[in-house]
Design a protein around this ligand. Structure first.
Ligand code: FE2
Length: 146
C-alpha cells in the first residue's frame, strides 16, 4: 500500500465513524452518539496529526514548497477542529439541530479537503517521499497524540 492508498483508506474509515455518530444523534441515542463521536475525533486527530507532524514536513522538505498546498491544508485542519469542538458542545447539550447543522458544514468541508489531498497531495507524496511506503504506514500506526 502506498501513501495515497492508506491515507485515502483512512479518510473512508473516518467518514464511517462520522456517519455512525450522525445517525446516532439523528436517532436520539446520545450514549452511542457520544461514543462514536469520540472515536471519530480520535481517528481524525490521528489523521491530521500524522499529516501535520510527519507527511507535510516530509513533503515540504522534499519539494521545497513551504507555502501553498500544505499551508492551505493546515488551515483547513484548524477550521475542522473548530467544528469538532462545536459538535462536542452540541452533543453535551443534546442539541440535535446544532449537532446536525455543524456536522453538515463539516461534511462538506471534509469532502472538499479530502478530495484535494487524494487527487493532488497524496499523489505527489507517493511519488516523491523517499522512505518506502511500509515505513510511512508504520509511522501512521505508531503515531500517538501529543
Ligand atoms: Fe488533511
Amino acid at each position: 500500500m502506498n501513501i495515497k492508498e492508506f491515507m485515502a483508506q483512512d479518510h473512508k474509515d473516518c467518514d464511517r465513524l462520522f456517519s455512525k455518530a450522525e445517525n446516532a444523534v439523528a436517532g436520539g441515542d446520545w450514549a452511542a452518539a457520544s461514543q462514536s463521536f469520540n472515536a471519530f475525533v480520535d481517528a481524525m486527530e490521528r489523521h491530521l496529526g500524522v499529516e501535520e507532524e510527519a507527511l507535510f514536513p516530509a513533503f515540504e522538505q522534499e519539494t521545497g514548497i513551504l507555502t501553498g498546498p500544505t499551508e492551505m491544508m493546515r488551515m483547513e485542519h484548524q477550521q475542522m477542529r473548530t467544528l469538532f469542538a462545536e459538535m462536542g458542545e452540541a452533543l453535551q447539550q443534546k442539541n440535535t439541530d446544532d449537532y446536525l447543522g455543524t456536522a453538515e458544514t463539516l461534511l462538506i468541508m471534509m469532502q472538499q479537503h479530502n478530495m484535494k489531498e487524494e487527487q493532488i497531495l497524496y499523489n505527489i507524496m507517493s511519488q516523491r517521499l523517499p522512505e518506502d511506503a511500509n515505513q510511512w504506514l508504520e509511522k501512521f500506526h505508531n503515531w500517538e497524540k501529543r
